[in-house]
Design a protein around this ligand. Structure first.
Ligand code: HEM
Ligand code: HEM
Length: 228
């Protein structure tokens, strides 16, 4: 849609992507808190962990079949585009979905979150809580996984989230309405970009995909050794 300020209002983030993002924010904050408290809070650490895994699986599939600007192929950039963008020679299309720099941080966050949740499945606090897949691997693998989860992955996730927040604050100060777009879905652009599909059918499809991901993660969680 074209408005009188010579800007095009375009649906960039479909509802499933927005819900994914804000649910992920809540769960990851919850994960950091419950993991740090330990003890009985670990029960919630596991529940939230399975939710994060479901969300990440969903996002991977949505990156293949979701709305146009949520698809990975719209934000996989060549090294040259990244260099040009850094030199201030970005193209107008770069402001539609994730920019070349934003894309790097999105892939890094998704990758490290996946490794964090994945390593959690093989981690053991040696008190009362063990990930559901610990019993299928050797003690050495469990130690390695737990050590990664506690000493490396946790800090990587924290660092990437801090970087993400600093970038958002930087863009906010330059009056770039990135946060609004992640809330209501729309961006006002200087070019007429095609919108992301975001109708009832695509939202229902997202719900089905999410349900299928939840079933897979539930199955993984059910592989845990029965508690005596
Ligand atoms: C993105 C998801 C996750 C984040 C951000 C996260 C974060 C954390 C943090 C901060 C700790 C405390 C580490 C410490 O004591 O210094 C922890 C411990 C732990 N997490 Fe996670 N976690 C995630 C997912 C999972 C999942 C999916 C599982 C298992 C299903 C899991 C199982 C564990 C276990 C067993 C511990 C205790 C390790 C120990 O104290 O020896 N985590 N996690
Ligand atoms: C634990 C905290 C957070 C995590 C793990 C996180 C993670 C992510 C991820 C994975 C994306 C990519 C979205 C996608 O394409 O699926 C993203 C994008 C985004 N996030 Fe966050 N986020 C966090 C906190 C926040 C907060 C607090 C805000 C705002 C106040 C925010 C604002 C945004 C915005 C505006 C984008 C879109 C950036 C762009 O246009 O390229 N995030 N975030």
């Amino acid at each position: 849609m074209y408005n009188n300020k010579s800007l095009y209002k375009v649906r960039v983030w479909d509802l499933p992507t927005r819900l994914f993002h804000w649910a992920l924010v809540v769960c990851v904050i919850g994960q950091a808190i419950t993991g740090t408290i330990g003890g009985n809070a670990m029960l919630w650490h596991f529940r939230l962990g399975y939710t994060v895994l479901t969300l990440l699986l969903f996002r991977i599939i949505w990156g293949l079949v979701g709305g146009r600007w949520s698809r990975f192929r719209t934000f996989i950039y060549t090294p040259q585009s990244v260099i040009n963008y850094l030199k201030g020679q970005g193209k107008p299309e770069h402001s539609v979905g994730h920019s070349p720099i934003g894309a790097g941080s999105v892939f890094a966050m998704l990758g490290f979150l996946l490794m964090q949740a994945g390593s959690g499945l093989f981690s053991d606090d040696e008190i009362a809580f063990a990930g559901p897949l610990t019993r299928f691997v050797s003690n050495a693998t469990v130690s390695l996984s737990t050590s990664y989860h506690k000493n490396i992955g946790k800090w990587m996730v924290l660092a990437l989230v801090l970087l993400h927040l600093l970038a958002i604050i930087f863009y906010l100060r330059r009056k770039n309405k990135l946060v609004g777009a992640m809330l209501h879905g729309d961006k006002e652009l200087v070019i007429a970009a095609p919108p992301s599909r975001d109708d009832t059918v695509s939202r229902m499809a997202a719900l089905l995909i999410l349900a299928a991901c939840a079933v897979v993660v539930y199955w993984v969680s059910s592989l845990a050794a029965p508690a005596f």
